[in-house]
Structures are given as structure tokens and as C-alpha cells.
Design a protein around this ligand. Structure first.
Ligand code: B12
Length: 199
């Protein structure tokens, strides 16, 4: 009798320990700071507990960078990542799969394969800056740069610059071949948040 109870106890405890791990999701996370990438330029997959705030926490753990969450009337608010504290019309915002959710990060539940981007942004009358998404084209060494607004709508990022191996080239129409190269390619455009990095 006691033996059976003990077995049930062990099974129960094991199940309890496994549940949180089973609920965790695999999410691509990137954090773009004011002047440089802070974490995950290539959007690595991290194990994340549940929501977009947890995604930042996982990135902070993996990348050993500081962040701070303030308690506000709306709920938890990320007021600092790395060195820079939010203030005035500057601060930290996030996107899920390219679009900016209209709710706090703790309210955005993630699923496997989602992409979370946290970034420093300055907001003006027309909203926040577009974020750049770099895509590889079929032809080897060629890339397309898209600018994505808060609703997730994309347009070709004409005038973007592609950076690779210490050189940078202009992509007047938003697409450009950089030829054979070693290392990662990224894109920038004045007024936009720098892109992800690709090989
Ligand atoms: C300015 C502003 C910002 C600035 C804040 C800059 C700063 N100085 O810190 C920036 C652009 C950084 C920002 C970011 C975000 N914001 Co905002 N923001 C506002 C705005 C326009 C005014 C807030 C304000 O200054 N109030 C006056 C001061 C005196 O009161 P306060 O309580 O001290 O204000 C602070 C908090 O509101 C906090 N804050 C700002 N945004 C958010 C969002 C959330 C979810 C929380 C918990 C706190 C918070 O920052 C303010 C300044 O310190 C409001 C809309 C409004 N009219 O209220 C939206 C608003 C509060 N933001 C909103 C949202 C959704 C966000 C984001 C989650 C967007 C995103 N996808 O990333 C992020 C927050 C992510 C994070 N960091 O955790 C929503 C919240 C909706 C909700 N019910 O949860 C609002 C209501 C706009 C809307 N209608 O959609 N925001």
C-alpha cells in the first residue's frame, strides 16, 4: 500500500516538474539598441517561458545584458535595456512577427517559431520608426531589404545600405547583390531600426 502511494507521489512530482518545461516555447529573439545590436542579430531560437516579456528575460540571460521592468498603472513596463533608460518620447518597444502589439509585453503569449524584436525607438507625430527586415534572394549573394511599419506592412527599403565584411554598399531600390563574401550581412537606413543579420 505504502509502496503504491510512494510510486504515485514520485509520478506526480515528476509530472509537476515537467509541466513548465513542456509549456515553454522556442522563439526567435533579437534586441536592437540605440547604436548597436544588443542581442541575437541572427535571431537565434531561445527557450521562452510564455510571453514577450519572458522573451526579453531569456535573451538577457543568454546575452548577459541588463534590463529593468517598472511597475506602472498599465502593468509591467520595460523602461531600460542595456545602458539606456526610456524618457520623453524615447523608449523600448517590441514587435511580434513584424507588427507592434497594442498591449503590454506580458499580455502577448508566444508560440513556437514566433519572432520577437525589442528595440530602442523615438516616437514622433507619425508613430515609431520602421524596422528593417533583411531577406536572402534566390541568387546567391543578393539581398532584399524591407521596411516594416507598426502594423507589419512592408515596403522595399529604397536607399538602404548593406554592410558586409567592413564595406557597405547602397541599395537604391532596396535590393542589391554584394557578391562573394565572408561573415554576416546587415542593412541600415536612416530613420529605421537596423536589420537582422544573414550569412
Ligand atoms: C509615451 C508612450 C510610450 C513611450 C514611453 C516613453 C517613456 N517616456 O517612457 C514609448 C514609445 C516607449 C511607449 C512604449 C510602449 N507603449 Co506606450 N504609450 C505612450 C503614451 C502615448 C503616453 C504615456 C504617457 O506619457 N503618459 C503620461 C505619464 C505622466 O503617465 P505615466 O503612467 O507615468 O506614463 C508612463 C507609462 O504609460 C509608460 N508606458 C508607456 N507605454 C506603456 C505601455 C505599457 C503596456 C505599459 C505597462 C506602460 C507604458 O511610460 C510612460 C512614461 O514613463 C500612451 C497613450 C496615452 N495617451 O496614455 C501609450 C500607451 C500607454 N502605450 C501602449 C503600448 C501598447 C506600448 C507598447 C507595449 C507598444 C509595443 N508594442 O512595444 C510599448 C511598451 C513596451 C515596454 N517597454 O514595456 C498602450 C498601452 C495599451 C494597454 N492597455 O496596455 C498605450 C495606452 C497606447 C495605445 N492606446 O495603444 N509608449
Amino acid at each position: 500500500m505504502y509502496r503504491r502511494l510512494f510510486i504515485w507521489f514520485v509520478v506526480g512530482m515528476t509530472a509537476l516538474l515537467l509541466v513548465p518545461a513542456a509549456l515553454a516555447v522556442g522563439v526567435h529573439v533579437r534586441v536592437e539598441g540605440k547604436t548597436r545590436n544588443i542581442f541575437g542579430s541572427t535571431e537565434p531560437t531561445l527557450t521562452v517561458k510564455a510571453n514577450a516579456l519572458d522573451a526579453l528575460d531569456s535573451a538577457s540571460l543568454a546575452g548577459e545584458f541588463y534590463y529593468h521592468v517598472a511597475t506602472t498603472s498599465f502593468g509591467p513596463y520595460v523602461d531600460q535595456i542595456g545602458r539606456y533608460l526610456a524618457g520623453g518620447s524615447n523608449g523600448w518597444v517590441f514587435k511580434l512577427n513584424g507588427a507592434s502589439p497594442p498591449v503590454g509585453a506580458d499580455a502577448v503569449t508566444l508560440k513556437d517559431g514566433d519572432k520577437v524584436l525589442w528595440y530602442w525607438a523615438t516616437f514622433g507625430p507619425t508613430g515609431g520608426p520602421p524596422t528593417l527586415a533583411l531577406q536572402a534572394m534566390k541568387k546567391r549573394g543578393c539581398y532584399r531589404v524591407l521596411a516594416q511599419d507598426d502594423s507589419g506592412k512592408t515596403r522595399a527599403a529604397g536607399g538602404a545600405r548593406l554592410h558586409v565584411g567592413g564595406r557597405s554598399v547602397l541599395a537604391p531600390s532596396g535590393s542589391r547583390c554584394v557578391g562573394a563574401h565572408k561573415g554576416l550581412v546587415t542593412a541600415t537606413l536612416k530613420g529605421a531600426v537596423r536589420s537582422n543579420a544573414l550569412r
